[in-house]
Design a protein around this ligand. Structure first.
Ligand SMILES: *[C@@H]1O[C@H](CO)[C@@H](O)[C@H](O)[C@H]1NC(C)=O
Length: 119
């Protein structure tokens, strides 16, 4: 009876550990945060020189990365549009091996915009 419990608890722990490896969400700092900033700036400038929106990065409030099929970055950021600054949640799913494999979703107070661009 005890061993059943041990196996159950151990199995549960294993599920959590493997979930962390496969789908873990990491809050970024240091070099990882810098890399996430480069990724975001790259998307913002590609979109600004394409069909928009035309944003510049104000500052990153928080950023996370999740390794999926590719990378998924989630940012809380201040975005600058002309003379206005707004706080948005931005999601970048990066699958650079696909055509137009970078998908950028802006969740801003004035609504949601989804864009794709090449790597
Ligand atoms: C990202 O863009 C912002 C605004 O243009 C700039 O201040 C910042 O230095 C850039 N960051 C990187 C890592 O290039």
């Amino acid at each position: 009876m005890l061993s059943m419990k041990v196996i159950f608890v151990f199995g549960l722990a294993l599920i959590f550990v493997s979930a962390d490896i496969v789908g873990g969400i990491t809050e970024l700092s240091g070099d990882d945060l810098k890399e996430a900033e480069v990724t975001l700036n790259n998307s913002l400038s590609k979109l600004a020189s394409g069909d928009g929106p035309n944003y510049k990065l104000g500052k990153i409030i928080k950023a996370t990365r999740q390794i999926v099929a590719g990378n998924k970055y989630v940012y809380d950021v201040e975005l600058i549009e002309g003379s206005k600054t707004k706080v948005c949640n931005v999601v970048i799913v990066s699958q650079p091996w696909l055509e137009n494999g970078i998908e950028v979703t802006f969740n801003c107070p004035d609504g949601q915009v989804v864009k794709r661009h090449s790597a």
